[in-house]
Ligand binder design. Structure first.
Ligand code: SAH
Length: 357
């Protein structure tokens, strides 16, 4: 990168204002630029028509808007699911998925290229860890989705941002949180805190840190098994942060925030999907793990999406229903995640940067 300021999206409002001052620009110009970036969704400097031509030339000479390069967009579900493949300057690619529903539109954002967590049922894990994305690079994925929606007829707006793409957000906490704060800023993109969801493999220090943050975003935790030995096989990080610690951290989080966590549970036929497994999960949710009161939680069952080379299969419909019935009998709130983008390898756990497919 030969530019002196790598990417405007990596500058917080203060840093952007300071940089503009260094270029001899008055404060109101910095505000205009900030609005162009996050409220008007300008895709290039030429579109920033309220900025003087000379300033736009300076920007084009001294900096770049972003460092993700849109390489390909694949569409599925009759155009309602769109997967973007982005080249990362100087690194391996990442993917993002836009999902459009009748009443909402959600973008699923990657926080890393590849992932170090090694979950046995996930395609991203097969890549291993490649690199941490910057806050700006996460923001760029969201802005891509917002622009796609704005270009629809009639125009749509983005209602949800889920950090559930490639990577483990809590292994890149600072950059991830910076992206949340920026996208939330009412003076810019103005996304409500409750519109964000982060999904973690179960990094306990990250959960405890999130409990202390002042924006009430949603937390999802990838549980996938209520039994320690089984969870260690599916989610190897369980050896570092076992279920008992995860439950403790969940209690700290719910007591502090009064917000319900969502436990994600991918259903693998014959592995973790029997009525006994459901019973164990129900008991965990009811507080059995530490003999406490019921956890403030909800279970999100995820039908497994096929991953090349994984010797696993998705649970059939009957087993999913039976599993759900056990949870309901124990009064554990539970939903089954709607599958999106399976035909274009855009569903949960299928993002592999077109490297594997
Ligand atoms: N690293 C984060 C985000 C991962 S993706 C985490 O682990 O939570 C979001 C969810 O999809 C996680 O619960 C993840 O375990 C799940 N997942 C991974 N591979 C999957 C697959 N092939 N089918 C369905 N869900 C999968």
């Amino acid at each position: 990168m030969d530019k002196r300021i790598p990417s405007l999206y990596d500058l917080a409002p203060d840093a952007l204002a300071e940089q503009m001052a260094r270029w001899g620009q008055p404060a109101f110009r910095a505000k205009q630029l900030y609005r162009q970036l996050y409220a008007k969704l300008a895709a290039d400097f030429a579109a920033m028509s309220d900025l003087p031509a000379a300033l736009r030339e300076t920007l084009a000479r001294e900096t770049v808007l972003g460092t993700l390069e849109l390489r390909n967009v694949q569409t599925g579900d009759r155009g309602l699911t769109r997967k973007a493949l982005f080249g990362v300057t100087g690194g391996p690619p990442v993917e993002s998925v836009l999902m459009i529903y009748d009443d909402r539109a959600t973008v699923c954002v990657s926080t890393q290229s590849g992932c170090a967590m090694g979950c046995t049922f996930c395609a991203t894990a097969q890549l291993g860890f490649r690199l941490n994305l910057s806050a700006g690079q996460m923001i760029e994925q969201v802005l891509w989705a917002a622009r796609e929606l704005a270009a629809m007829k009639p125009p749509r707006t983005l209602t949800n941002v889920v950090y559930m793409g490639m990577g483990e957000p809590f292994n890149n906490y600072d950059a991830w949180w910076e992206s949340v704060v920026r996208l939330h800023d009412p003076k810019g993109f103005n996304m409500g805190a409750r519109s964000f969801t982060v999904s973690t493999v179960g990094i306990v220090p990250g959960i405890l840190r999130l409990a202390e943050e002042d924006l009430p975003i949603n937390l999802a935790i990838s549980l996938h098994a209520a039994d320690g030995a089984l969870r260690s096989r599916l989610v190897p990080v369980n050896r570092k942060y076992p279920i008992a610690e995860l439950v403790r951290a969940t209690r700290v989080y719910t007591e502090k925030t009064h917000r319900r966590v969502s436990f994600e549970y991918v259903l693998l036929q014959g592995v973790n999907d029997s009525p006994d497994h459901a019973l164990e999960l129900a008991k965990l949710c009811r507080g059995a793990a530490d003999k406490g009161p019921p956890l403030l939680c909800h279970v999100n069952l995820i039908p497994w999406n096929p991953v090349p080379g994984a010797p696993l299969g998705p649970s059939d419909r009957k087993r999913v229903l039976a599993f759900q019935q056990v949870l309901e009998a124990y009064k554990v709130a539970c939903t089954v995640r709607v599958q999106r983008g399976v035909d274009i390898a855009a569903a949960c756990g299928q993002l592999a940067g077109a490297v594997l497919t």
